[in-house]
Write a protein that binds this ligand. Structure first.
Ligand SMILES: [Zn+2]
Length: 319
């Protein structure tokens, strides 16, 4: 696999970062933990160096890649609306990218979940005039200190301006810029606060981090995520989309489609079954990692931040 292929898949377009992440090989659980250490800082540093790439999708909707999670933007006279905020270190490049989409000020921000690579930009965007909305568990996590065990990282509470002022429980509709947005809570999946955002007029669907396009996903057990919730969310995403729908994943190439989502769903289901079977036989995590339950998927899916051993551990935790 060449570098350009890798760089399209990851958190950023930075080749340095891709090279650093590219080869996990097979690690022991101890090595997996060691590798997880430093992921947050590495992702942040990569965003600081990355260019922001702008993809025009359909109608007045675009997607920005390069500042952590993929950021969708709806433009119009009611002001720009963003789905996710990226990482604050790339503020200058984000501001440039947003300005390239027109002079409308950024007035609305939706967080798909609380993770720093999606909500770290909340504070500066709020200071520029954006009101923030999220599922209520996302506000809960941003309001208090959080530890993500599998990243070995402690996050302080977000600053006051970064806290979503509006929250909802299961469903919420927003009408602006001549478009209707439908926000929907998944239930526990990647965290316990994930939502999807459907741009109904444009048939565009942002799945947040319930969908990683072409790469193994992270699952945050520390704040309520689990593998079965991820599989349920993938099913919900398949049910909510058609072959015409443009699907925006949380990570990976930002312009995706239902056939790729189906591959992702099949990957999750197969690997979950493989690992559950081995665990049922009484095998330890270390033994299961050696048995390579993800082997048939690794060439395609295991080339980035979450390698085969780490993903095996994340699934093992939940079965
Ligand atoms: Zn996330």
């Amino acid at each position: 696999m060449d570098r350009s292929t890798l760089s399209r898949r990851g958190f950023c377009l930075c080749c340095l970062c891709s090279a650093a992440f590219a080869v996990e090989g097979w690690l022991s659980p101890r090595q997996v933990f060691a590798k997880a250490r430093g992921i947050v800082d590495t992702i942040r540093d990569a965003a600081a160096a990355a260019e922001i790439k702008v993809y025009s999708l359909r109608g007045n909707v675009s997607v920005l890649e390069g500042s952590g999670g993929n950021v969708a933007v709806l433009t119009g006279s009611d002001g720009q609306l963003l789905v996710d905020a990226g990482i604050a270190v790339s503020r200058e490049n984000m501001a440039k990218a947003l300005a390239s989409l027109g002079a409308d000020p950024t007035k609305h921000l939706i967080n798909t979940h609380w993770h720093f690579d999606h909500a770290d930009g909340n504070e500066w965007l709020h200071a520029q005039g954006a009101s923030i909305i999220a599922q209520e568990n996302t506000r809960k996590h941003l309001t208090a200190a959080q530890r993500v065990e599998d990243w070995d990282y402690n996050f302080p509470p977000a600053p006051a301006g970064a806290i979503p002022a509006d929250v909802f429980d299961t469903d919420h509709v927003i009408d602006l810029n001549g478009s209707r947005l439908a926000l929907k809570y998944y239930g526990p999946a990647h965290t316990d606060g994930d939502i999807s955002v459907r741009f109904t007029n444009q048939d565009i669907f942002h799945a947040g981090d319930t969908y990683w396009n072409g790469i193994y996903p992270f699952i945050d057990y520390s704040t309520g995520g689990n593998i079965d919730g991820m599989i349920r969310a993938a099913d919900a995403n398949l049910a909510a989309t058609t072959d015409e729908t443009i699907i925006i994943p949380g990570h990976g190439h930002p312009v995706s489609k239902r056939s790729e989502l189906k591959d992702y769903s099949d990957m999750l289901t197969t690997i979950r079954a493989n690992i559950a079977e081995l665990k049922k036989q009484g095998r330890s995590l270390e033994e299961i990692i050696v048995a390579k339950p993800t082997a048939r998927f690794d060439a395609k899916w295991g080339q980035f931040v979450i390698g085969p051993s780490f993903f095996t551990k994340l699934v093992f935790e939940g079965v």
